[in-house]
Design a protein. Sequence first.
Lengths: 420, 518
Amino acid sequence: MTTVDLDTARTALSDACSDVTDATPADAVDGVPAALVARPGSTEETAAVLRAAAAAGLTVVPRGQGTKLTWGRPPESADVVLDLSRMNRVLDHAAGDLIVDTEAGALLSDVQRTAGSAGQRLALDEPVAGGTVGGMLATNASGPGRVAVGTARDLLIGVTVVRADGVVAKAGGRVVKNVAGYDLGKLVIGSFGTLVVVTRAVFRLHPVPAARRFVTVPFGTPEDASRLVQSVVHAQVVPAAVEVEWRVDGAGTVGVLLEGTPAGVEARTTTTRRLLGAGTEAAEAAPPGWGVLPWTDEPGSTGLKLTCALSGLAPVLTAVRRAAEDAGVALTVRGSGGAGVLYAALGADAPVDAVADVVARTRAVCTEHGGALVVVDGPPAVKAAVDTWGPVPAIDLMRRVKEQFDPERRLAPGRFVGGI
Amino acid sequence: MSGTHGTETTAGPVLGDTPPEATSATGEAGDNAAGIAAVGRVARELMPETGVIADPTQLRTYECDGLAHYRVTPALVVLPETTEQLAAVVKACSEHGVPFVARGSGTGLSGGALPRADGVLLVTSRMRTIHEVRRADQRAIVEPGVINLDVTRAATPEGYYYAPDPSSQQICSIGGNLAENSGGAHCLKYGFTSNHVLGTELITPQGDVVQLGGLAPDSPGYDLLGTVVGSEGTLGIATTATVRLVRLPEEVRTLLVGFHTTDDAGAATSAIISAGVLPAAIEMMDALAIEAAEAAVHCNYPDGAGAVLVIELDGASAEVEHEYALVERFCQENGSFELRLAIDATERALIWRGRKSAFAAVGRISPDYIVQDGVIPRTALPEVLRAIAELSESSGVRVANVFHAGDGNLHPLVLFDDAKPGAGEAAEKVSGAILDLCITHGGAITGEHGVGVDKAAYMPKMFTDDDLDTMQLVRCAFDPGNISNPGKIFPTPRLCGEVPGKRKHAHPLVEAGLADAF
């Protein structure tokens, strides 16, 4: 905190919020120490905190359960951690309308439990367990199920936000079909807390399928993996997920999830096994590691997100493996091969230069195939040394959006693309 | 005020009609004359003679879109053939402060492509190239003027189709769909344009060309694409769209089910959805809408039906089989008296023809009508339909109901005869009261037609000043000069002004000399 002293800041915030405490080392945001933690209990209190922070010239980093707070870049400063964990209520589950209305601090698992009581679900995987709705939205987290249903942008139908100046605004609503006004929800998804603070969200729900089956088959080369993925996505088996896993020892598995009615899943499993050929297995339980981000297995490893057009799967897999081997870095890949999204972990013991080399070489191939490479998470030395977000088309427009919403760069400054 | 249609919903202008008075939403003829002349010069240098229209008679053929009640003659019409031409004209507009409006096929139902009397209309009908159908990527890349159905036609030989299917899909353009976030009957299961447009090359209101999204998902940075889709042309003009292609389903079953009342049909709909069945579409028409469709296209719907449901199930055969059994049961349990299953493509097309022609068909039973597009939570359907019936009875104004029952998107058709004094006003009143019903039931004023000029006045009923002001922050970021389709969506424009904030520090990587081009 450079502009005001702690006592002044504490006084200003305490007038706005009933729960303000001094930060502890555990409240540091990706290594950046925080000064104060404010825990508002409502949208109005959140607005009061942001007004007070604006008046006192404080930077603010929103936090849910803090499970993904090391994603992105470390903020330039974090005077106030705006902790939304008190706003944890699932406000309304309108089962007949297949929607759920929830506070941003609600645990995703609580939302699922509520929806599940009526045989419904929010069709979003939780790649990092224990997180909140707000954290999922801020990081645009998703998992294997995106192949069928998509990601947060396909499910969020209404949002309440608080701007950096403390103004409360909403967009969308409680009905799935709605084109009245700009869709601010989409703008907020994946914005890493740099644009507004989300306090409430409404999602469309889906019925929980009666049956599910995981069909897996080993693959040898990236070309094999691509051929298997293509055979499934171009068939008419309507896969819910098409995963590719490539373990550190080079053993590969393509996994297909089929969901639906018992008879339907049975028939589609038979078709899928025929498509995938020899060596397929079918199970009712998910294979080990299904939907788990590969870097969460190994603390200190570097986590990458690789995207590409579906046809780029083999070249991207080849490129990342070759780059890792050349640099002597251990590599694990796991992700939605059927959606063009892969996650990779580079071993914790990899030298920074080696990681930087893998990132640069793989990024070039991702870009060539219509995608991008982002260093999602990693040790401080790696984040300091590599261009984590990479080049971003339309960055000038993004800066202008940021300047409109948060001209004083108060919200999570520096965490996002291009130093936003 | 809501718009009205003549009998021919997609009719061109009626010469001799007096356009409504120019308002702040449409500008004054004669304003910006020097700027428009300058834009015209730029356009003529780049384009063939037929691509620039300034003749008053010809200009009038562009005075309205599908909402023919609102008419404004543009000062200039430009029909570019390339991104470069379009970008140059937009840049010229920006330099001279001339407002511009983009138009695809002109089928929109909210006046979103209503021209400005003091501005340029940019028509994309000469940009109709399907650049690529990329089967391996399940994507197509197309120009904005490409007709919606032509994307499906191009993809079908590969076993794919383009899912969003507005009723006007035989003539509406992808660029217009993108601007309006168009829906259609099948968005119950497959989502809207925003779920299917994954990338766009956008000309910003300053004339810069930027790529948003693309072949791969989750582009790093703000999801500007998600904001642009559905922004009704107020954030720029798309010159390409990268769209998702969906695999053709193994099986499709289309059912036509007759009920005695809309209540029964609504109850069947709720039972189907509650059981966890997600049909591709569930459409409802009431007796008056059926009467109109019969008169227009002889679709042979069940005699004496108080309501029909058109239900389509698609997917893997084994799943469709199961869902069909459930749907049949729920319809019977809720009082259906006739259930027809289309046995081939011809029968399926006939069932859909009745539904898809419904708006135009209403012209057979009423000289004029207003079409509304409100949305309600589906569970409120019986209550709202009864309230609409009461409104109709108490006012003496007939209302035909055609709607997407599965997602609660109503299209009440408010019928009137403009030749009778006061009839138009009475219809307007009923139409407005229906929108109020939608809002009080927690719904929305538009589900797929857009706000345009037609519903801008209703936006404050759904959103607070702060909500609208916050949306317009996006507008200010993209279009500080307020020249891209001004006067649409927002009842009052926000003055963008100069942004006082500056970046306090360089990015740490830039400071460290590690990077210079983010």
